[in-house]
Design a protein. Structure first.
Length: 285
């Protein structure tokens, strides 16, 4: 059945939801996005996603298309109209439509706002029981990965290369250290039970799930170290996992074909997944 999509002020059947061919999102990838997950029909971490959206917009001198309350109402309306119990709401803002020109268009060009939903099983994922395999690839993205832009071609290429090598995803490496996964943040648990993840900088996206998981891990008694780590250190780790809005906490069981720990999801990743989901659902709006 056709979904209802929100496009620039209107709710439309997906077949009739269109944007201009002159939209700068289409021509220049001049746009930013957010993905907010839905559990039991409610939004996870909505306000944190909106705070990051404001940050992305400000970094690109882009106007906000609507205020937070309006954007919340659109999220809720789409979740209701599309009967989403579990899945995602995707939001994209672009600088709008203008004659093709590298310079930004004159102030007053209307930003374009599109939202749609995608149903997906997030809680019960077979991969949470088996764990995922990753391969390492060079990080060939641009140098402002802290801005959540829609220019996702290299992450797509990395995902395809990972699949071609029989893995599920790629961990990208720059100057010898892991940056992040193709669409997720990367973590290891060392042999002395320290949770290690790369500190925030322009090299990675500041994950919303990352904030909650680091706090929950510390509250649960794990030592947390924000520092870069190498693929060699990851291969020698006791556990590894990723986080994102759509995967929550997902165990990683092999890197470049080498098993992590005993090659099965580790107890810390399993526990963090459980407590993250419980807390996220309780706080959902
Ligand atoms: N991706 N790093 C990158 C490069 C990402 O694209 C994402 C999210 C994350 C995790 O951020 P968060 O916890 O806020 O989802 C880290 C989304 C889910 C996507 O592109 O579909």
């Amino acid at each position: 059945m056709s979904r209802t999509v929100y496009v620039n002020g209107a709710y439309r059947p997906e077949e009739e939801a269109t944007v201009s061919v002159f939209d700068r999102g289409f021509l220049f990838a001049d746009g930013v996005y957010e993905v907010t997950s839905v559990l039991a029909g409610r939004l996870i971490d909505f306000h944190a996603h909106m705070a990051r959206l404001r940050r992305s917009l400000a970094a690109l001198s882009m106007e906000a298309p609507a205020d937070e309350e309006e954007i919340l109402a659109i999220h809720r309306e789409l979740v209701t109209r599309n009967g989403v119990e579990e899945g995602m709401v995707y939001l994209q803002v672009t600088r709008g439509a203008a004659d093709r020109d590298f310079a930004y268009p004159a102030a007053g060009t209307k930003p374009s706002l599109v939202l749609f939903t995608q149903k997906a099983a997030l809680r019960e994922r077979p991969m949470a029981a088996t764990g995922m395999k990753v391969v390492s690839l060079p990080d060939l993205r641009w140098a402002r990965r802290d801005i959540k832009t829609v220019q996702l071609l290299y992450p797509s290429m990395a995902k395809m290369e990972a699949k071609a090598r029989g893995a599920d995803d790629a961990w990208m490496v720059e100057d010898g250290f892991v940056t992040e996964g193709s669409s997720n943040n990367a973590y290891i648990v060392t042999q002395d039970a320290t949770l290690v993840t790369r500190p925030l900088s322009s090299a990675i996206l500041p994950g919303i799930t990352r904030v909650s998981v680091l706090r929950l891990a510390a509250e649960d008694g794990l030592t947390v170290e924000e520092r870069p780590f190498t693929i060699e250190e990851a291969k020698a780790a006791r556990e590894a996992f990723i986080t994102s809005a759509s995967t929550f906490v997902m165990p990683v069981v092999s890197i470049d074909g080498a098993a992590i720990g005993d090659g099965a999801p580790g107890p810390h990743a399993k526990r963090l997944r459980e407590i993250y989901i419980a807390e996220a659902e309780a706080a959902a709006i």
